[in-house]
Design a protein around this ligand. Structure first.
Ligand code: ITT
Length: 201
């Protein structure tokens, strides 16, 4: 059977690596926006991860005329009323690095006790074709914000997100382990079920 080509409506190469690894049992060839020329910028102004995933998937599918997946994800800290949430990428301003975002969050939470450090990663994944949305799925993963960054793997907020069952941050886990338990792994499990239902496979 021929491979199905799916554009990932994202500029984050780390997301492509995780999505490719988690779906390697399927016959999909993924392309990232950065591999194409002149991709438009889509304003992520939705109130929820789902809104933003749907907006990105439908806009890039229409622009490229192809099946397109978009992943919108982020970190919700319970005692910050679920901030940074959909603002996770912009939490330390436009152009900030992962290190700057981590530093800002740790500073904001410096006085928080262990009880007040509960957090969750959320991930919404939408699939669209040029005619519109096919489906959207969502998943979460609970954890604790550490006092200091630990580990070198992963990306984004991974060095300060501890997974209590393993006593390690996502950045201390191997990619294989993160890809079995993460918010993105759980969302992609649902994604695979929906793909099969949609008869694309
Ligand atoms: P695209 O919008 O182009 O896909 P992005 O990295 O900006 O790329 P989001 O808008 O979904 O993605 O922003 C998510 C923010 O949350 C961003 O700061 C990420 O680094 C972070 N994030 C998302 N998934 C993560 C994960 O698995 N581990 C750690 N941080 C993550």
């Amino acid at each position: 059977m021929d491979k199905i080509n799916i554009l990932i409506g994202s500029t984050n190469p780390k997301k492509k690596i995780e999505i490719t690894n988690i779906t390697k049992d399927l016959n999909i060839q993924f392309t990232l926006l950065e591999e194409l020329n002149n991709a438009p910028e889509i304003l992520e102004d939705g109130k929820t991860f789902k809104d933003n995933a749907v907006k990105k998937a439908t806009a890039f599918a229409k622009w490229n005329g192809s099946l397109t997946l978009a992943d919108d994800s982020g970190l919700e800290v319970k005692s910050l009323n679920n901030r940074p949430g959909v603002y996770s990428a912009r939490y330390a301003g436009e152009g900030a690095t992962d290190e700057m975002r981590i530093k800002k969050l740790l500073a904001e939470m410096a006085a928080f006790s262990a009880e007040d450090r509960k957090a969750r990663f959320k991930c919404a994944i939408a699939l669209a074709n040029p005619e519109g949305l096919l489906f959207v799925v969502e998943a979460k993963c609970d954890g604790i914000i550490t006092a200091e960054p630990r580990g070198k793997n992963g990306f984004g907020y991974d060095p300060i997100f501890a997974f209590p069952e393993y006593g390690k941050t996502f950045a201390e886990l191997t990619p294989e382990t993160k890809n079995m338990i993460s918010h993105r792994a759980k969302a992609l499990l649902l994604f695979k079920e929906k793909l099969k239902e949609s008869l694309l496979f």
